[in-house]
Design a protein around this ligand. Sequence first.
Ligand SMILES: [Fe+2]
Length: 237
Amino acid sequence: MSLALEEYIPEKIWLCRYPVKFFGMEIDARMTVIRLADGKLMLHSPCAIDDDLRGALAALGSVAYIVAPGTFHYLHVASAQAAFPAAETYICPGIERKRPELEFDWLLGDIAPPAWAGELDQVLVRGNRWIWEVAFFNRETRTLILVDLVENVTDATPHVDWQLKLWWKVVFHMWNTPKPAPEYQLGWSDRKAAGASLQRILEWDFERVILAHGDLIEADARRVVEKAWERPLTATS
Ligand SMILES: [Fe+2]
């Protein structure tokens, strides 16, 4: 069955949910498709691209950029590259060590490359021993685009494995409570560096958050994100 592409912000941003496994437990992840001012498309955290999805994306524009934004969000990059061989691939630092066979063109950092400078800002979040991520901010739509820096799994989230629900509730206390992924919570090794990165993200004027796992955050977004990052942020205050 082909995955559905959902128009989220008219003519600008599309979303596609796809199933993933976390230590054998099922949950959905989310690909974000961003149409840049020149009409080119960025695939952020791509899912596996089958023929139907390739056709649906090609109908929206030319897929020019494939982005693996986090060190746990690269699994389907090769599938996206096969579907769109002319696209350039940008990866979060760390992926090249985990998957040396993965072909890529550029490493992501704190400075937006010319391809999307002025439209998308970015911050590489440092200070964690297990997981790194590059956060993006789409200026025009005031959208913060994350993968694992905030998860928002709630009673309303579809396709959540009961075992994952148990872990999220009992161990990580992140059921109905937006928080960073468990790898973050267990791995803050330099909270000062992490806090400085997160503060840079909070300087962006965002009004909604797209994230990989759980429900989108569309109300009181800044307060929700600040609360989710309370632990690493307190190291800088
Ligand atoms: Fe994830």
